[in-house]
Design a protein around this ligand. Structure first.
Ligand code: SAM
Length: 239
């Protein structure tokens, strides 16, 4: 069944207007016709069964019929990742969406060699991954900010899993001891964290330096591994 992320409010009989690109996908790629069914979600009102109400010259009109799933959100988990090569950032956004990150925050660190990133493309990748993976929301992708700025303004009550390739505690043990709640996972750039950044991160009361094993992982591999470990240890994989 096709799942489509839309922005319209969803209620019985509500008209839903997909974007022009989405309309083209529905009618020209998926060959939907008036009366055909699909699923829609908007990140607020749960998932709804909908039907193609009208195929126009430019676009289609869908109509929400009945709610198929109540709105639920995954755990309060965000991924903070240093900007690496564009292709790897795109992989990280797609996998973070599948692995349930609520937000992906891009950061600039001392050793970031920032590729020019297009946020609209990252948003589209996150949206498509959310549709495929069956989520009821699309993760927020934040513009790159300096890591220092993020740390200077850290919210109370949020823990930070700092993936430290120079050595940290075993991730599963750290997570099992700290328990669930709002967490962020931090992955460094291809050149790793600078000594100053590592010292600052290890001194943070809310941060836990963890190891992802004895081998050096690429940033995308590290992000996928850390997200999986977190979900298995304290996330929603036991639901
Ligand atoms: N400094 C590394 C080197 O010597 O090649 C490169 C950093 S690695 C490509 C990118 C990021 O992935 C690291 O900053 C860290 O956050 C994470 N990472 C990679 N391997 C890791 C490991 N074995 N344990 C913990 N974190 C790791």
């Amino acid at each position: 069944m096709i799942r489509l992320h839309v922005t319209s409010d969803l209620a019985p009989g509500a008209a839903v207007a997909p974007t022009l690109d989405q309309s083209r996908y529905l009618t020209q790629v998926m060959r939907l016709k008036a009366g055909d069914d699909l699923l829609v979600f908007n990140g607020r009102d749960g998932e709804w069964c909908a039907e193609v109400a009208e195929v126009l010259k430019k676009g289609v009109i869908l109509r929400a019929v009945e709610q198929s799933r109540l709105q639920v959100f995954g755990p309060d988990l965000e991924l903070i990742v240093a900007v690496v090569k564009k292709a790897r950032v795109e992989t990280i956004v797609e996998k973070a969406t599948e692995l349930g990150a609520r937000r992906v925050r891009l950061v600039l660190t001392h050793r970031t060699n920032a590729d020019r990133l297009r946020l609209d493309r990252l948003d589209a990748i996150a949206e498509e991954a959310a549709e495929q993976t069956g989520r009821l929301d699309v993760p927020l992708i934040d513009d790159p900010v300096k890591l220092e700025t993020l740390l200077d303004d850290w919210p109370d009550g949020r823990r930070l899993m700092f993936c430290d390739e120079t050595g940290g505690a075993p991730a599963i043990r750290t997570l099992a001891q700290a328990g669930s709640g709002p967490w962020s996972i931090l992955i460094g750039p291809e050149g790793g964290f600078s000594p100053e950044e590592g010292d600052r991160l290890r001194a943070l009361p809310y941060a836990s330096a963890v190891s992802l094993g004895p081998r050096i992982l690429r940033a995308d591999t590290a992000a996928i591994t850390a997200l999986g470990l977190w979900q298995a240890a304290v996330g929603d994989w036991d639901r």
